[in-house]
Design a protein around this ligand. Sequence first.
Ligand code: HEC
Length: 143
Amino acid sequence: MKPAKLMAISSAFIVALVLGACSGEKEEVELSDQQESAMVERLAPDGEVALASEVSAAPAASSGGSRSGEEVYNTKCTACHATGAAGAPKTGVADDWTDRIAKGMDVLYASAISGLNGMPPKGLCMDCSDDELKAAVDHMLAQ
Ligand code: HEC
């Protein structure tokens, strides 16, 4: 066989290989609706901000079922309210709370849900229901 003929045959072979590889790629991205929603779910962010100080204390809280005020407080509120971080009124220090309690429970619940200055909305418990937050406030005030 002459070299020129050899070249022609082998380049035809390469072109066929490349075409084959490209058409194979197209088929890969077809996902069923179900696969796609499963993927979206896996990629979705948790919607939760974790403070470094909380990480060890909080076993990834599940959003199902309602937690007690104590559980919510221990995993979410204690980071600021145990130490007075960011000017938070301290749990168990009555003086920090007298003026606040005088505002009435509804005001305190509303602050816990919507935030107030350095107090972030929902106390950073983004998956807490209003009732769980109220229970956490009750727990904090009972100390
Ligand atoms: C990032 C820190 C931080 C976290 C976490 C946090 N708090 Fe607070 N909280 C504050 C600060 C700061 C204030 C004081 C706000 C002010 O009066 O300016 C406050 C105030 C409050 C008040 C009093 C509001 C008022 O009207 O006087 C309540 C009630 C409260 N927090 C409940 C909670 C609950 C319940 C949680 C947990 C679900 C929580 N907080 C988590 C920082 C925090």
